[in-house]
Ligand binder design. Structure first.
Ligand code: MSP
Length: 474
């Protein structure tokens, strides 16, 4: 059986999960389910990033130990993934022994082989981002990433020889055009590497909540160096590396396309096949932030609209890869138009007529004489291609093309007239409609697993009991 390995980033365990986290995880789940249905041996990994000062700060604020804090917060992640039907195969936590062991082993190995060395760091430090910056990077004493104040710091640090891998990385990008996706995001990374890579500080003296550097416990391992290794520590003994897809948000693309592959090159481990970066959500036109307190809590929407509607909305609303905006208004609109009216109505109309006109014995079959039949016959090839190109939104659009065409077929063929005038044609129309419903139920199953099951039951029972998506008026 062919292996397929897909990951999400491991999320910071400093706060509860929100829309952004759910987005990456749902997308990864859809891809994982798709390849499972194709018969592949899928390993779908997610987890939590539990070290570093962000976590320590959250624990302090809440007056608990760091370990207690992370033990608590992962419950919030796991319960959300459960409600969203996330079919992960493994959940890795960076505080687990299997991970800590791997990080120390890698650090020690790179130290021995000279890819990590001890030096001195002098520069500007942002506590919030746990990152160092040079004079030119900080505008008016503020961090270029989060705009908080930075402080002057000079300290002993271990460095990873990132600069050594500059040329090898560039060659790899050139030879493997699929490595960075979507491809329009690649040039920024290529230019960054071409502009010259500096060695990377990979230890911290001022961060206590971290993995101690082997042989020098006054330092802890830099949280990103620690975190990236989760992808191999979780795959240990699985014989599944190299990873097929690291799915990430655009803000951490650089960590995954520059630093991570350089670490792997140093370790002589093959590079992942693809790193795919999706875009960012704003909410009602604004960035989600603590100060605005506008983080979207997925539970609120799952409660009101259901898990599948939530999964559908986030993947349909913005083309996968681009940025976009979340608002309850657009959610409600899509719910009522795409789910209640288009999909829901198609299923209920089709099967109420199957009952009414006693068409239970009609077998699904696509007939190219009808526009719907043509679409159905071409669907599989187009859908496979778009799923394999990670075009998740386009894949949903292909499914909705069928839904729309099937509804149009009902409107134009008027089965209620055919029932009186042309039983033969009525049968033909229903062969196509039932074929459409069958194809839809299969194609949506990675995106909307519960709905797919419900439709499959309707197909088996040959009748509908209750609407799939009752209209919601707000
Ligand atoms: N811990 C690091 C990742 C380490 S991976 C080795 C981290 N964690 S995070 O909790 O900040 O989660 C980052 C991920 O959450 C992003 O890559 C993205 O997948 C998702 N998102 C967070 N906010 C988001 C939006 N507003 N919109 C879309 N996704 C965003 O970074």
């Amino acid at each position: 059986m062919k292996n397929f390995y897909i990951t999400t980033p491991i999320y910071y365990a400093n706060d509860k999960p929100h829309l952004g986290h759910s987005y990456t995880t749902i997308a990864a789940d859809v891809i994982a389910r798709y390849y499972r249905l194709k018969g592949m041996n899928v390993f779908f990994l997610t987890g939590t990033d539990e070290h570093g000062s962000k976590i320590a700060e959250a624990a302090n604020k809440n007056d608990v130990t760091c370990q207690n804090w992370v033990d608590g917060i992962i419950g919030d992640f796991k319960s959300l993934w459960k409600r969203l039907n996330i079919s992960y195969n493994d959940f890795i936590r960076t505080t687990e022994e299997r991970h800590i062991k791997k990080v120390r082993e890698v650090f020690g190995k790179l130290l021995r082989q000279g890819d990590i060395y001890k030096g001195k760091y002098s520069g500007w430090y942002c506590v919030a981002c746990e990152s160092y910056f040079t004079d030119t990077q900080i505008a008016e004493g503020k961090c270029p990433d989060c705009s908080k104040n930075v402080e002057r710091l000079e300290e002993e640090s271990y460095f990873f020889k990132l600069s050594k891998y500059q040329d090898t990385l560039l060659k790899h990008y050139e030879k493997n055009p699929d490595f960075m996706q979507p491809s329009w995001r690649a040039s920024e990374m290529v230019n960054f590497v071409k502009s010259g890579l500096k060695d990377l500080s990979v230890s911290r003296k001022n961060v206590k909540w971290g993995i101690p550097v082997p042989g020098d416990e006054t330092h802890t391992v830099y949280v990103w160096f620690d975190a990236l290794l989760n992808y191999i520590s979780a795959a240990e003994d699985k014989d599944i590396w190299p990873c097929d897809i690291h799915l990430v948000g655009k803000e951490i693309f650089k960590f995954h396309t520059v630093i991570w592959p350089a670490m792997l090159l140093a370790l002589d481990i093959p590079l992942p096949k693809t790193v795919f970066a999706h875009g960012w959500w704003t909410v009602n036109g604004e960035k989600m932030s603590k100060s605005k307190g506008n983080f979207v809590n997925p539970h609120k929407f799952i409660d009101k609209y259901g898990c599948d509607a939530y999964r559908y909305f986030v993947l349909r609303q913005i083309p996968f890869g681009d940025d976009g905006d979340f608002s309850e208004k657009s959610f409600l609109e899509r719910y009522n138009s795409d789910l209640a009216n288009n999909l829901g109505n198609l299923i209920s109309r089709t099967f109420s007529m199957v009952e009414k006109y006693s068409l239970q014995n009609v077998a699904p079959s696509a007939n190219s004489e009808f526009p719907i039949g043509k679409l159905l016959n071409n669907f599989d090839e187009k859908f496979t291609k778009s799923m394999e190109n990670i075009e998740l939104t386009a894949s949903l659009e292909l499914i909705w093309e069928i839904i729309d065409e099937a509804n149009r077929t009902i409107d134009s063929e008027k089965p209620w007239v055919l029932f009186k005038t042309d039983k033969e044609k009525l049968k033909l129309v229903f062969e196509n409609l039932l074929s459409a419903v069958e194809i839809i139920s299969k194609a949506i199953s990675s995106f909307m697993p519960e709905t797919s099951e419900k439709i499959k039951k309707i197909i088996a029972d040959k009748k509908v009991s209750e609407p799939l998506f009752p209209r919601i008026n707000d």
